[in-house]
Structure formats: structure tokens, C-alpha cells
Design a protein around this ligand. Structure first.
Ligand code: CA2
Length: 149
């Protein structure tokens, strides 16, 4: 059995579905995690989905992914725009890294145009709402060589 794809979500994403649905949609993070699991299953893969509001916790999980994951999907949320430490952790990974955003940060405020995490990403999916996560699963599956069943 291949190692799971880690799906990490950063600060405030636990509030999805409750506020700002015009930007982030109506799906809860739990809904999104279910959709990720279903999409991964179609490729014979599994996911390990986690969310934290804490930078250090996210970094600990990135370090865990070095040995425990086949690929890593990360929506770093606000930390993507601020955290050199998260970038440094991601740069230690030898597995594919897919950066994922619900919205398209490049089309929003100027301070969202710089995303440190992008410097360590194999690729980026943004702007498709909850479907960004599913597209990220498809991208990660392709990168690890999984075939759709
Ligand atoms: O579009 C994305 O996925 C973002 O990563 C979301 C971040 C934002 O800082 C990035 O620029 C783009 C913000 C996440 C906030 O999540 C909320 C969820 C529900 C209600 C309010 C905020």
C-alpha cells in the first residue's frame, strides 16, 4: 500500500463553511476532506488530512511527511504569505508538494501576491474553491505515478 498523501490546511480553515462563503464557498473542511479521500481512492491512494492554526504544528507535520507521506498537499492559508520557517521545512521534502488555495490569491489584495510556500511547490492549484483540493489530489496522484482505477 503506498504511503498516504498528506493534506495540510493552515489557520482559520477550520471555519470554512461558516463565514465569507462568497470567497471560500459553503463546504466545510470536513466536506473537503471527504472529497479528497474519495478522489484519492479512485487512484488507489489514501489521504491523511489535518488542519492547524499553529505554524509550529504545521512545520512538525511537514517534517513527519518526509518519511510518512508519498506526497504533500498544503493550503498554508495566511502563513503562505508570511512564513519563511514553513518554506524552509517544505524545502527539505523529497516528495511532490502541491500548494492549494480555494481562492486565487494573485487576484486579491497586493499582500497576497507573495507566497513564500510557492518557492518549494512542485505546482499550485488555486481559485477553484473546494475543487482546488480535488484537483490537487489528481495532480499529486499523477506525480506519484498512480493510475486511476
Ligand atoms: O484561498 C485560500 O485558500 C487561502 O489560502 C485562504 C487564506 C488566505 O489568507 C490566503 O490568501 C488564500 C485565508 C483562510 C481563511 O479561512 C477562512 C475560512 C472561513 C471564514 C473565514 C476565513
Amino acid at each position: 500500500m503506498p504511503k498516504p498523501i498528506f493534506v495540510l490546511s493552515g489557520p482559520n480553515l477550520n471555519l470554512l463553511g461558516t463565514r465569507e462563503p462568497d470567497i471560500y464557498g459553503y463546504d466545510t473542511l470536513s466536506d473537503i476532506h471527504d472529497r479528497c479521500a474519495a478522489r484519492a481512492e479512485a487512484f488507489g491512494l489514501t489521504v491523511d488530512c489535518r488542519q492547524s492554526n499553529h505554524e509550529g504544528q504545521l512545520i512538525d507535520w511537514v517534517q513527519e511527511a518526509r518519511e510518512a507521506a508519498s506526497a504533500l498537499i498544503i493550503n498554508p492559508a495566511g502563513y503562505g504569505h508570511t512564513s519563511v520557517a514553513l518554506l524552509d521545512a517544505l524545502k527539505t521534502l523529497a516528495i511532490p508538494v502541491v500548494e492549494c488555495h480555494l481562492s486565487n490569491p494573485a487576484a486579491r489584495e497586493a499582500f497576497r501576491k507573495t507566497t513564500y510556500v510557492s518557492l518549494a511547490a512542485t505546482g499550485i492549484v488555486s481559485g477553484f474553491g473546494a475543487a482546488s483540493y480535488e484537483l490537487a489530489i489528481e495532480a499529486a496522484a499523477g506525480l506519484v505515478g498512480a493510475a486511476r482505477s
